[in-house]
Design a protein around this ligand. Structure first.
Ligand code: C5P
Ligand code: C5P
Ligand code: ZN
Length: 462
């Protein structure tokens, strides 16, 4: 069977119902997934309500079952809780891309078809396949790409690959998406150019990152002028000026001793949403996904969902305000790790942010911190206080995955051993564990990850 065939089966099952409860995850991929299925249900004439959860644990499942829904559609979550969902007396469809644990009849997941859910398709991509099986929903490809970019699925190859690529091509054919190679720095639609340089953390621009003065001086030196008092945005520059900046940045990085592979990360494919107004966050998939994270990860999933459903008025302005706060929190979070440092064990490194970083963004901060931690050969584990326990987030890299790292598996096993729950992807995973079990969890995880990376390492030896 193929993903599309299974999507057909799930779609037929959905159509047997008149109403559904959509349950999704509080991040960009979760919001876009919920919006995609919401639009598709609306167009099919099926009534629906949406709710968002931080984590799908037994308590959340009980709350959902207590609502007595006719049908539940889980998007961007659920694959880690298949048996628990099966044991509830509910009708459910699960449209997710996390590594599956257990089995369930109406479970749509790329891993069941040999497709990698961390690089080839996101929760919103899976849900887009379901939407396409429900009807003609090709325009929703734009939201699917925002979800994939939000999950950083384009990072490994500098472009979307696999099923994501097919969705992108469909979106391009339907005139909702455009893709091209461009500078990868964040904020090309909305921020004055010097800020792109000043806030670049991946790659870290030697002598430029972190300094407004140095960023401005760099631009002036290569002949980029202000217009009156104002700095232009990237989208306002002429092609010649853009090329000048990219090559000067590359030269600066190379002459400062940055590895060529890091320098190459300055450019890559970028995704434009053609139906959105130029100069707004939602015109660019990466800025759009950050805008969404700034809502749902701060208990305002309703605002993010409204933006995905098309609001460009008051609610959109509210989302933009939340974005400013989110950016400030990320910078503060990164500064905290720089000050506190990171503790190394044999096979992992970790920091505990206590209550200083919100549990819903500690994973993003852990991912961003990879650009400045000195040891790139160990996965980063992060802790944040959570109600009734500890939130764990982890981030690896593709070099470690080649050696055998599977964070989703290691984290879910280690969490289970100390009485918690967890899961995710090979490259990024999370868990919730009892507060007092932190040390035991760290020791167990360190051992498991050591085993993972050495096992494959041994197999590779001649
Ligand atoms: O829950 P979900 O699947 O939506 O989240 C995936 C997570 O994996 C995201 O937080 C994303 O940032 C992270 N990721 C990463 N690096 C990658 C791919 C994914 O940090 N290369
Ligand atoms: O929360 P964080 O961004 O660190 O999550 C990383 C990945 O692990 C995401 O894909 C998330 O959905 C997944 N995760 C999970 N179970 C948890 C916590 C996170 O599957 N308890
Ligand atoms: Zn996802």
């Amino acid at each position: 069977m193929s993903l599309q065939k299974k999507a057909q089966l799930c779609a037929e099952y959905i159509k047997e119902h008149a109403a559904a409860l959509v349950v999704s995850h509080i991040d960009a991929d979760g919001l876009t997934s919920a919006a995609i299925i919401g639009k598709a249900l609306e167009r099919t004439g099926i009534e629906y309500k949406t709710c968002f959860v931080k984590q799908l644990d037994s308590a959340a499942l009980k709350d959902i079952a207590d609502r007595n829904p006719e049908l539940v559609i889980f998007t961007d979550l659920g694959s880690g809780m298949l048996d628990a969902i099966g044991s509830l007396k509910i009708n459910a469809v699960i449209s997710d891309h996390h590594q599956p644990q257990g089995s369930y009849e109406y479970h749509l997941n790329p891993h069941l078809f040999g497709i990698n859910g961390a690089t080839e398709i996101s929760g919103s991509g899976v849900t887009y396949s379901l939407a396409q099986a429900l009807g003609d929903n090709g325009d929703l490809a734009a939201l699917a790409v925002v979800g994939a970019v939000g999950d950083l699925q384009h990072v490994k190859y500098g472009q979307l690959i696999g099923t994501n690529r097919s969705i992108l091509e469909e979106g391009a054919k339907n005139n909702v998406l455009h893709y091209e190679k461009d500078l990868l720095l964040f904020g090309k639609q909305t921020r004055p150019i010097f800020k792109l340089l000043q806030y670049s953390s991946d790659p870290y621009l030697p002598g430029i990152t972190g300094s407004e003065d140095a960023s401005i001086e760099f631009l002036k030196k290569i002949g980029i002028r202000q217009h009156g008092e104002k700095w232009r945005r990237w989208i306002d520059l002429e092609t010649r000026e853009k090329q000048g900046i990219v090559s000067a940045l590359m030269q600066r990085c190379l002459s400062s001793g940055l590895q060529a592979s890091n320098v190459q990360r300055l450019v890559g494919e970028v995704y434009t949403l053609l139906c959105e107004r130029e100069g707004t966050e939602v015109r660019d998939a990466s800025e759009y996904s950050t805008l969404l994270n700034a809502t749902a990860r701060y208990d305002h999933a309703d605002i993010g969902l409204a933006v995905c459903m098309g609001d460009r008025g008051k609610i959109y302005d509210e989302a933009s305000r939340l974005l400013e706060e989110h950016r400030r929190n990320l910078v503060e979070g990164l500064n905290l790790i720089k000050e506190k440092g990171i503790i190394q064990m044999e096979n992992i490194q970790y920091f505990d942010s206590g209550s200083k970083i919100k549990e819903t963004i500690v994973g993003i901060v852990a991912g961003m911190s990879a650009s400045f931690v000195s040891n790139k050969d160990l996965p980063i584990i992060a802790f944040a206080d959570s109600e009734g326990g500890l939130k764990v987030s982890s981030r690896g890299n593709y070099n470690l995955i080649r050696k055998g790292l599977n964070l989703g598996l290691a984290i879910s096993e280690a969490a289970k051993e100390v009485g918690g729950t967890g899961g995710g992807h090979d490259i990024a995973a999370g868990a919730f564990i009892p507060k007092e079990s932190k040390n035991e969890f760290l020791i167990t995880l360190d051992r498991k990850i050591g085993f993972q990376v050495r096992k494959i390492g041994m197999q590779l030896e001649p």
